[in-house]
Write a protein that binds this ligand. Structure first.
Ligand code: X8Z
Ligand code: ZN
Length: 619
């Protein structure tokens, strides 16, 4: 068989790689380093066999370092204190500095003809870190320390209304969802944002250090590194995002128009002016990123039967464990093996009363084999029931690709990882809820507008937020936005994309991006924008495989082993192929396409357009 030979193109634009998905790992073994250095001293050129050996030993070295780093990160995030912070930072630094060093050494093979598989792994290695470390050990240690500190500041963050009345983020999230007094909402909204001004200087320093690490790898800055993980030139990826957003924007504008009008009715047009962005504290969510919690304010006038999953969970006495078990059983119905015993023993499902933890939900793959866990402070709500499916989607993906070589363990692109559990959650339909006994009756189709509106408030409303977080970060990383402008640039983007504004003037020391988990934790965010498109493409295809004949928003793939098999085949590919191939393996198309989102919500668009007649839209 003919072997394809691939040289690495020197143009940075032609990087074809994906982000590794592991950012907390470290290392000590120098065996490859020695043999390669010996070769360099002899000045013999590298050959294809050297490249293969380099990849093999790299994978062994990184695998060795990743597990202790992940264990320490778990310990820290589930028990924030001085010691866990120090150990986690220490082991994270070991992993990151080794991974950064190896990524640099991958450049030794730029001009060597290697097979396609080795070339892909070299590219993935170079692109694999979220925040690469500078080679100077003092700087590398400082970077790890800041990274760990920011995570802890967010996790331990509280707002004290009075000396004795301190609220944690979970408490505040519940208030934002359920409270309707605008003064209370404003107080909580402002209160949570007191957590982030002290992060600003650290964040600035972190960006400077990681930019140095990226430069040493041959990138202009971390922005170019982050945008380079999508199997296409970094600048083309930004154009793809614009294309998808342009598809969705008319729908978003219609939803925004309706929601603003209804909020105006609820709170008065002094508080919600009808020609301006919506004040960010009134949308039922701390970050105004998903709006499903204000369904009661914006719902259709005619009484509709829309299932209240929160109420159903309460009525059937679901607790945290039962919610997770129920989510697992969905995956089991598709043919996935049950989660291991250790998942149930080691996961964190509830917020401990006595210590600080990072409550933001996450899914973990500690040993890249079977030690899967989730960490959540589960609230007994329908919203959280979906988040549990989201997290388990990560765990099932991780397990599906565990047999692949280490550098291929990850999702096709990071949007895929975020989309799997959400895809399953789209199947939490009335029919499904009846099947599992959570509700007794299925509302008929005349109620569907209500159901679609509730879901659109979460899914469509989220999309511009999913886009803007990294639009802000990319500008920060590239230096286009300087620290004096961090906050104003953030609000410019919030207004531009979401049509949402700060409810009060922000002080000059405010650092509002820091009050969103993914900024202090350095989790890239474009992945969620992509996931909100991809999940509808996946759902459409899986419903077809499941033999669905109902409107797509009533389809549940529950119990379809055929759909499960097709899904698993894509998951098992990990990142061994460009994401376009993984997408095509399931959907038949290599293109991300928001048509699937628009088709899903099509009846709602007509309804919104009717509601908006005569209203002033836009901001
Ligand atoms: O962070 C998450 C997941 C964990 S990967 C809970 N999400 C984003 C967020 O909460 O901001 C899911 C949707 C968007
Ligand atoms: Zn996720």
């Amino acid at each position: 068989m003919q072997q394809h030979k691939y040289k690495r193109k020197n143009t940075l634009n032609l990087i074809t790689a994906a982000i590794l998905g592991i950012s907390l790992m470290g290392c000590t073994d120098n065996s490859t380093a020695t043999s390669n250095h010996a070769k360099q001293i002899e000045k013999k050129p590298f050959n294809a066999a050297d490249a293969k050996t380099f990849i093999e030993t790299t994978q062994i070295e990184l695998t060795k370092l990743s597990q202790p780093a992940a264990q320490a990160a778990w310990a820290y995030q589930t028990y924030i204190n001085q010691d866990t912070a120090a150990v986690s930072a220490y082991l994270s630094e070991k992993y990151t500095s080794k991974a950064s060093e190896l990524a640099k050494r991958a450049a030794d093979f730029n001009d060597v003809e290697v097979d396609i598989d080795t070339r892909r792994k070299l590219d993935l290695l170079r692109n694999g870190l979220v925040l690469p470390a500078p080679s100077d050990p003092v700087k590398s240690q400082r970077l790890a320390q800041i990274t760990s500190e920011l995570e802890g500041m967010y996790g331990a963050g509280k707002y004290c209304r009075t000396e004795k009345d301190c609220l944690r983020l979970t408490d505040m999230n519940n208030i934002m969802a359920n409270e309707r007094d605008p003064a209370v909402l404003l107080d909580i909204w402002k209160g949570w944002r007191e957590v982030s001004p002290p992060m600003k200087a650290l964040y600035q320093e972190e960006v400077t250090l990681a930019n140095q690490g990226a430069e040493e790898l041959g990138f202009k800055d971390i922005s170019q590194l982050w945008r380079g993980g999508y199997d296409m030139p970094a600048d083309d990826f930004a154009i793809e995002l614009d294309r998808l957003w342009t598809q969705i924007k008319p729908f978003y504008d219609a939803l925004h128009c309706h929601v603003r009008a209804e909020l105006g009715e609820e709170y008065g047009t002094d508080i919600v002016p009808q020609d301006q962005p919506i004040p960010a504290h009134l949308l039922g969510n701390m970050w105004a990123q998903s709006w499903g919690n204000i369904y009661d304010i914006v719902k259709p006038e005619e009484p509709l039967d829309v299932i209240d999953v929160t109420a159903a969970l309460a009525e059937k006495q679901y607790d945290e464990m039962k919610m997770v078990k129920q989510a697992e059983s969905f995956f089991s119905s598709l043919g996935f093996a049950p989660l291991p015993d250790t998942f149930w023993e080691r996961s964190m499902f509830s917020q401990p009363a006595e210590r600080d933890v990072v409550c933001h939900a996450s899914a973990w793959d500690i040993d890249e084999q079977d030690d899967l866990r989730i960490k959540m402070c589960i609230q007994l709500t329908g919203e959280e029931f979906s988040v549990i499916h989201h997290e388990l989607g990560h765990n099932y993906y991780q397990r599906a690709y565990k047999e692949l070589p280490m550098l291929y363990r990850g999702s096709a692109n990071d949007g895929f990882h975020e989309a799997i559990g959400d895809t399953i959650a789209l199947s939490i339909t009335p029919k499904y809820l009846k099947e599992i006994g959570l509700v007794n009756t299925i509302p008929d189709e005349s109620n569907d507008i209500g159901m679609l509106l509730k879901l659109a408030l979460d899914k469509i409303a989220f999309i511009p937020f999913g886009l803007l977080v990294d639009q802000w970060r990319w500008k920060v990383f590239s230096g286009e936005v300087t620290p004096e402008n961090y906050n104003t640039a953030w609000w410019e983007l919030r207004e531009k994309y979401q049509g949402v504004m700060a409810p009060v003037e922000r002080s000059s020391d405010a650092f509002d991006p820091g009050a969103k988990y993914h900024v202090p934790s350095n989790t890239p965010y474009t992945r969620y924008f992509l996931a909100h498109v991809l999940q509808f493409q996946f759902h459409k295809q899986l419903c077809e495989l499941a033999g669905n004949e109902e409107p797509i928003h009533r389809c549940s793939i529950y119990g379809s082993e055929k759909a499960g098999k097709a899904l698993n085949e894509m998951l098992e590919m990990g990142k061994s192929q460009p994401w376009q191939k993984a997408l095509a393996s399931l959907t038949g198309s290599e293109k991300m396409d928001a048509t699937a989102v628009l088709d899903y919500f099509a009846p709602l668009k007509d309804w919104l357009d009717t509601q908006n007649k005569g209203r002033q839209c836009g901001w």
